[in-house]
Design a protein around this ligand. Sequence first.
Ligand SMILES: *Cc1c(COP(=O)(O)O)cnc(C)c1O
Length: 416
Amino acid sequence: MRKSLPATGRSAAELLVELKARSAADTDWRGGRLPAYIFRGGADDVSDIGRQAYGFYFTENALGARRAFPSLVQMEKEIIEIGLDLFHAPDGAAGHLSTGGTESIIMAVKACRDWTRRRRGDAGHRGNLVMANTAHPAFSKAARLMDLEVRRTDTAADFRADPQAIAAATDDDTIMIVGSAPCFPRGVIDPIAELGALAERRGIWFHVDACVGGFLAPFARELGYPVPEFDFALPGVTSLSADLHKYGFTPKPASTVFFRDAERAAAAMFEIDEWPSGLYAVATIVGTRPGGAVAGAWATLHYLGAEGYRREARRLMTLRDRYIAGIEALPGFRVIGKPDLTLLSFACERADPRLVAQSLARRGWVANLTRDPPGLHLMLTIVHENACEDYLRDLASAAAEAAATPKGEASVSVTY
Ligand SMILES: *Cc1c(COP(=O)(O)O)cnc(C)c1O
């Protein structure tokens, strides 16, 4: 029977009780049993300031900010300036706030397509994007929406983008080269300097996808971790995406996208004046945007400050090292490549990782998997701190159980 809208309303108290009951069926992310999707700062206060700021601007709509909410315009401007500064953008650089990494990437590809077509003329050019096969699906989504071609190349032996393979896949129709800092599947940063130099030599737009790492990498670098340069300090970098709602610890949905100059940033805009209500201009796919996400991001950035982000980065990188040491101490387990930040994948020689994942699931863990090579995947955030010992213990028993299972019985598939 299909559900229909209840004829009469119910009390708020009753509904909140029901929500709590319903959420009991969800994965215990607070207990660190989820390997992705959620991000938390060190203590509850970091989420609390985001939540309070979000609540304060719960009803405001950032779509109408220019006409009605100058406070939101100002907060957006300040968030973008903070990002430009953090990512060493030159004078004249500009950026936009968006609702997520996917949207930041789509808008970067849109800006690149429009800007490049204007320069080259579009006669006979479809346009292609060249990237390692580890690049995020958002680039393929952008390409499909805009009827562009995507060329994904094999990575080098270290699982980073292979500049030679990228160069070989590039031709006169290439409008964008992509590098990830880091990529999701392996957590490694592509050779951004080399890719940037290649893009510069060939006069091609180079986008750095720092969606997941953007608000963590600069602070890990400051702490002395060997994180390579990945931003506008490198002259070949044309645009860069960085998600606030990941390691910026701000409420969802919030991300940023930056461009080396204002002309390229302007190419991200969508403008239409051919309808009765006049000029409609946005730098996003979406129209209505939550004012709460803007205020939540602004407040979180100012609550933590550089000092707070360094503190978070230190705690997360220490945690990363604890997981790596614990995983590699288990027989048959080996981390794949050299993860630069807090995302990692690891292989298991004793058993099919899918069987290990099934075994972990029986112990209450959601396990993410990778292919080529097969492995398990973790994106660490602070909720994984208390879970570390339990996870490693259950991983060891899951591997033992999986090793004793006859081959070919895995019923899970590799899913993001
Ligand atoms: C998360 C992520 C994205 C996309 O971000 P959404 O906010 O999920 O749209 C892009 N690139 C990388 C490397 C990511 O990890």
